[in-house]
Design a protein around this ligand. Structure first.
Ligand code: DGL
Length: 272
């Protein structure tokens, strides 16, 4: 069976891959970590666009991917339209900060958003923000360095940056004007959930987009298979994950062991 291609600038997209594996346990996934060209969130849009297109081509042409999941908010903002134009026959699913679910959840009407500088500055994010309920106030914070600290599993730096950026967001809790819901607008940040929850307290809800992205992928695949019934007939049960990185193999292997309870082999690839 043709795989589903998934990519991120690094290990962050493993948080989405985890949700995809739960949602689609019999699918085969090929994951690319572009850590040789990361972080995306602090680079210019043309870099992220060019990297995303190169990885999309690699997943489709070298692995025969039959769907692409952009497991990175920054790459989605910069490149989802171009990826869809480049691969018009495939479902291409992106990830964006969970503003709408956060607004629906918040009782205080104040929502914090942690994301990369690139995501927050993008037209796509600004349009998403404009489309939200005006009764809710969103407090935005760019988190320079946090994805890199998570990538390198630097516990002291993760703690320090989470403390710095959450302090900048404001105050937290259930009282009016306090932030009671925080959106994790970068897929790396899902791996700092424990640190963030300790800093913010148990009453604050943290929302990432892994599960909704996995559900959306599931429904698009079901649709495309219904439209192309022949491909459903030869469907095999070939669950598994192949991991590729443009950077250090050990980094991705360690992260996969920690967050995916192990996976298939991890290999290096030169792209672009
Ligand atoms: N994981 C990526 C995201 O969701 C970005 C991390 C980076 O800056 O490279 O935005």
């Amino acid at each position: 069976m043709q795989p589903i291609g998934v990519f991120d600038s690094g290990v962050g997209g493993l948080s989405v891959l985890q949700a995809l594996r739960l949602e689609l346990p019999h699918e085969h996934f090929v994951y690319v970590s572009d850590s040789g060209h990361a972080p995306y969130g602090e680079r210019d849009v043309s870099h992220v666009l060019q990297r995303s297109l190169a990885i999309g081509d690699y997943l489709v042409h070298s692995h025969g991917a039959r769907a692409l999941v952009v497991a990175c908010n920054t790459a989605t903002a910069a490149a989802i339209a171009a990826l869809r134009a480049a691969h018009p026959a495939l479902p291409v699913v992106g990830v964006e900060p969970a503003l709408k679910p956060a607004a629906a959840h918040s009782r205080t009407g104040v929502v914090g958003v942690l994301a990369t500088r690139g995501t927050l500055a993008s037209d796509k994010f600004q349009a998403l923000l404009q489309a939200q309920n005006t009764q809710v106030r969103f407090v935005l914070q760019a988190c320079d360095g946090l994805a890199a600290a998570i990538e390198h599993d630097d516990a002291a730096q993760i703690q320090a940056l989470c403390a710095r950026y959450t302090a900048k967001l404001g105050h937290f809790g259930a009282t009016p004007d306090a932030i009671d819901t925080v959106v994790l607008g970068c897929t790396h940040y899902a791996f700092a959930t424990g640190v963030l929850q300790n800093l913010l307290g148990p009453a604050v809800v943290l929302l990432d987009a892994g599960k909704p992205v996995a559900q959306r992928t599931h429904s698009l695949l079901a649709q495309s298979m219904a439209e192309n019934a022949a491909s459903t007939d030869d469907q095999e049960k070939t669950d598994g994950v192949e991991l590729w990185t443009t950077g250090a193999v050990d980094t991705l292997r360690d992260a996969a062991q920690r967050w995916l309870c192990g996976a298939g082999p991890v290999r290096h690839v030169v792209l672009g």
